[in-house]
Design a protein. Structure first.
Length: 133
């Protein structure tokens, strides 16, 4: 299911990036280049969040709260970052912050998963030698 979802987003995202000018014109009635750019940033952000969602669900199910703490800290920093970026770059700064949070979360999650794969014995069967004492 994860591969199918990722493949779907992988196919749809480039198409939507290409169609972004037409979509913005259809919804807003004008060719606002700033809106097109912000929409494209948000599309990339949605793609990154979507391909990471299954990994996050795995961490949630296996009760690995450390990854959520790290993402929570990143989200807090992104919340602090969104105000100056929005002030200096308008809504493009807001979209860039969302994209940055997605990128940070995708880098946090796989690193955490590889760490837990080495430490986690619940999902890895272990052969325990039997002693006859």
């Amino acid at each position: 299911l994860q591969q199918l979802t990722t493949l779907t987003y992988l196919v749809l995202t480039p198409f939507l990036l290409w169609a972004a000018p037409s979509l913005v014109r259809w919804f807003s009635g004008s060719n606002a280049s700033e809106s097109i750019f912000a929409f494209q940033l948000l599309l990339i952000g949605v793609f990154i969040i979507a391909i990471n969602s299954f990994r996050l669900q795995f961490c949630f199910i296996s009760q690995k709260n450390e990854v959520f703490i790290k993402i929570g800290i990143a989200a807090f920093l992104a919340t602090l970052l969104v105000f100056p970026l929005t002030c200096f770059f308008s809504y493009k700064g807001t979209a860039a912050t969302y994209l940055a949070l997605g990128v940070v979360s995708i880098f946090i999650t796989p690193a955490f998963q590889s760490y837990t794969a080495q430490k986690n014995t619940f999902f890895t069967p272990q052969i325990v030698p039997h002693s006859n004492k």
